[in-house]
Design a protein around this ligand. Structure first.
Ligand code: UD1
Length: 353
């Protein structure tokens, strides 16, 4: 058994804690009284996000946050961090995440995502910390045979190196537990995270042209892009466009806190889907976002994007029954909060003070 600890005596290392999902999770952790150490190299995030986290949680909770600008591949830096803090649990978000780029740069993706996990776990075990929550993805289900997807649905071959890194790291962490049953591993398979903190202070800040639908829609709504390109109008779905299970990033954040509480004092490997259980089409997203921003968002239907599946959505019964967690926000909430973030920060963190 790992040690059972109350929130205020638990120190959580959050890799990638300045990123989109990481920053929202850190807010939730600090608000629940956890001590948090962020390690982030800021390669795809901003120090402004860390300042904004402190603004949201207030000065008292902010005292429980320590930020290190370091790359998880840097073993010496990790050693120093683990020596300076008694880390009890790790939430591992840090990794490259652009699907298209991963096809162009497989070596960089495998090296960064897999090697950083190996370095992290090696340093963890040397310091007696064997509890980890890993950011996995519904991408491991590939093209599903049946919906909704449960945790027992088969893993399918990934369609790109990014997806393979998620797939392989799940296996690697499972193998660690097989070899050493003291490991306490939770694999969280996210569906499609969107939305932003209701304060509008933190949100998704993609570099360059967004690959994912909602950031693209948001940039079109603010006038940075001319029109949304809808990838495929001939899918076997009610309106012909792809269907996904979009989940508010704040719900995802509470899912991590629920997983921390659930894993407390246990060992083993457990997988949880984090979604809403509801499928939403591309056109439904565009409509909901148009309502949120108050004007019609132009779109054009184009060819399908290679590697996209027709539809996926989660069965989240397991997370509800075992962790007592379920998503609270609907699509309108998600679009409202994405728009609030986008309209208050048209250039993301770039021009923030
Ligand atoms: C994508 C990744 C997935 C990753 C996830 C992270 C692919 C094939 N999959 O999921 O591995 O875990 O992001 O968030 O890239 N769409 C448009 N126009 C756009 C962008 C997307 O019509 O400009 C459509 C897509 O065809 C899809 C839906 O919107 O039907 C959602 O796409 P996206 O946001 O990229 O997420 P996924 O493809 O589901």
């Amino acid at each position: 058994m790992s040690r059972t600890l109350s929130a205020d005596e638990t120190c959580v290392l959050v890799t990638g804690g300045a990123g989109f999902i990481g920053s929202h999770t850190v807010v939730e952790l600090l608000e629940r009284g956890y001590q948090v150490v962020i390690v982030d190299d800021l390669s795809n995030s901003s120090p402004v996000a860390v300042d904004r986290i402190k603004t949201i949680v207030g000065p008292e909770a902010a005292q429980n946050l320590t930020f290190y600008e370091a790359n998880v591949l840097d073993r010496d830096a990790l050693e120093r961090i683990f020596s300076a803090h008694r880390i009890d649990r790790v939430i591992h978000f840090a990794g490259f995440k652009a699907v298209g780029e991963s096809v162009q740069k497989p070596l960089e993706y495998y090296h960064n995502n897999i090697e950083n996990t190996l370095v992290l776990c090696d340093v963890m075990r040397q310091h007696g910390c064997k509890s980890i929550i890993f950011s996995s993805s519904a991408t491991v289900y590939g093209d599903p045979d049946a919906l909704p997807l449960t945790e027992e649905s088969p893993k399918k071959p990934a369609t790109n190196p990014y997806g393979w890194t998620k797939w392989m790291i799940e296996q690697i962490l499972t193998d660690f537990h097989t070899a050493d049953p003291e490991w306490n591993v939770v694999l969280l398979r996210y569906f499609n995270p969107i939305g932003a903190h209701p304060s509008g202070l933190i949100g998704e800040d993609p570099k360059g042209i967004p690959n994912n639908l909602v950031p693209y829609v948001a940039q079109t709504a603010i006038g940075k892009r001319d029109t949304v390109h809808v990838f495929g109008g001939d899918y076997d779905t009610p309106d012909g466009t792809g269907v996904r299970d979009y989940i508010h990033v704040c719900d995802l954040a509470t899912g991590h806190v629920a997983a921390l509480a659930w894993m407390n004092g246990k060992t083993g490997v457990e997988i949880f889907n984090l979604g809403t259980g509801t499928g939403t089409s591309v056109l439904e997203i565009i409509r909901a976002f148009s309502a949120a921003c108050g004007h019609e968002i132009p779109y054009v239907i184009e060819d399908r994007r290679a590697g996209d599946v027709t539809a996926n959505y989660a069965d989240c019964t397991k997370a509800r029954e075992m962790m007592g967690w379920e998503a609270k926000f609907d699509i309108d909430d998600m679009c409202r909060d994405s728009w609030n973030w986008q309209s208050k920060n048209p250039d993301g963190y770039a021009t923030a003070q």
